[in-house]
Design a protein around this ligand. Structure first.
Ligand code: SF4
Length: 296
C-alpha cells in the first residue's frame, strides 16, 4: 500500500461508458433490480475527466500529441485499440511489454486497505467507479462499525448507505455488500470462499472481483479484467476482444504459467499512472518504443 507516493501524484476521476458496463456487470447479481437499473442509467450519461502529474523518472508533461503511428491517429478513448481481426501480439512481443512494465512498477500491489479477506472483498465491490484512495477513506469508518460479515449482515441499511455514499452508486453498492455479507453468513458460515465458482455466487461479485480476492489473499493466479486491463490489453494488441471473459482467455493463452495476479495489478498501475483512457502520457512512457499504440 502507498507506493504511489514514491513516483506519482495522481488524482484521477474516471467514469466512462465502458466502466459503466463493468459496474453494471459486477452489480448484476444485486438483490434489487431497480437499483442496478439506476446505476446503469446514470453511468451511461457520464463523461471522463482525468488529470495526472507524473514525477520522478517519468517526469514530464504529457501532450497527448497524435502522430498516427500504429493507431491511425484515432482521437478518442479507444485510440490505439486493436480492431477485431487486426494484429495480435506474439508471446515474445507481449513478454517484452510486460517486462518493461514490471521493471517500471516493481512494487505494484493492491492499494486497498483491509484486515481480512471479507474486508478486501467488500472494498473491491465498493471500488467500482471509484478510486482506491476514496474507498480506503470510506472503509476505515465502515469497518470500524461493521468489521466482519455477521455485523454487516445485520447492519441498518440506511447507515451503510450513509457510510459508503462518497464511493458513488451507494444505493446499489450498500445493498450488494449487505446481501453479500448475509450470504456469507447463511451459506459459508461467515467465511469468504476460495474458489471463483463459489465467490461469483455472491451478490455484487463477478470474476474480476473474485480474482482480485483470490490473487491478493490466497496467491491464486487469475486475471482481474477491469477497465484498465481491458483498455491496455487492446492497446498492447494482447487481444481484439471486447468481452472481459474472452479477454481473460486471450491473456491466459498469451502468458501461460505467469503470475496473472501480478501482471493484472501491474497493468492496472500503468493505466492509472500513465496510460490514461483519454490522453495516454506516451511521451513519458518507458515502453513507447515497443508499444503498438504509442503516439510518439
Ligand atoms: S506508449 Fe505507453 S502510455 Fe502510450 S499507449 Fe503505449 S503504454 Fe500507453
Amino acid at each position: 500500500m502507498g507506493q504511489v507516493k514514491k513516483t506519482t501524484k495522481a488524482n484521477t476521476k474516471t467514469t466512462t461508458k465502458a466502466s459503466a458496463k463493468a459496474v453494471a456487470k459486477e452489480s448484476a447479481r444485486a438483490t434489487t433490480t431497480a437499483s442496478t437499473k439506476t446505476t446503469t442509467k446514470a453511468s451511461t450519461k457520464a463523461i471522463t475527466k482525468s488529470t495526472g502529474k507524473v514525477t520522478g523518472k517519468t517526469t514530464g508533461k504529457a501532450t497527448g500529441k497524435t502522430t498516427g503511428k500504429a493507431t491511425g491517429g484515432q482521437k478518442s478513448a479507444t485510440r490505439g485499440v486493436s480492431k477485431k481481426g487486426s494484429h495480435k501480439a506474439t508471446r515474445q512481443e507481449a513478454a517484452a511489454i510486460m517486462k518493461g512494465l514490471l521493471e517500471l512498477y516493481p512494487d505494484a500491489c493492491c492499494e486497498l486497505t483491509y484486515d481480512s479477506d471479507f474486508q478486501l472483498l467488500t472494498a473491491v465491490i465498493l471500488s467500482a467507479q471509484c478510486t482506491d484512495q476514496q474507498v480506503n477513506k470510506v472503509t476505515k469508518a465502515l469497518y470500524a462499525e461493521f468489521p466482519d460479515a455477521r455485523s454487516l449482515a445485520e447492519a441498518d441499511l440506511e447507515r451503510v448507505k450513509t457510510l459508503i455514499k462518497p464511493t458513488g452508486y451507494y444505493n446499489a453498492k450498500a445493498k450488494n455488500i449487505q446481501a453479500c455479507a448475509q450470504m456469507l453468513v447463511t451459506r459459508f458460515n461467515g467465511k469468504v470462499p476460495t474458489t471463483v465458482e463459489e465467490l461469483t455466487t455472491l451478490p455484487g461479485v463477478g470474476r474480476k472481483t473474485a480474482n482480485v480476492v483470490l490473487g491478493v489473499i490466497h496467491n491464486i493466479p487469475g486475471w482481474s479484467v477491469d477497465t484498465h486491463v481491458q483498455r491496455l490489453s487492446k492497446r498492447f494488441s494482447f487481444t481484439n476482444e471486447e468481452d472481459p471473459l474472452k479477454i481473460e482467455k486471450d491473456l491466459q493463452a498469451l502468458f501461460p504459467g505467469e503470475d496473472w495476479s501480478k501482471l493484472s495489478i501491474t497493468i492496472i498501475w500503468h493505466g492509472r499512472r500513465l496510460c490514461y483512457a483519454r490522453k495516454p502520457a506516451c511521451h513519458n512512457c518507458p515502453i513507447n518504443t515497443i508499444c503498438p499504440a504509442s503516439e510518439v
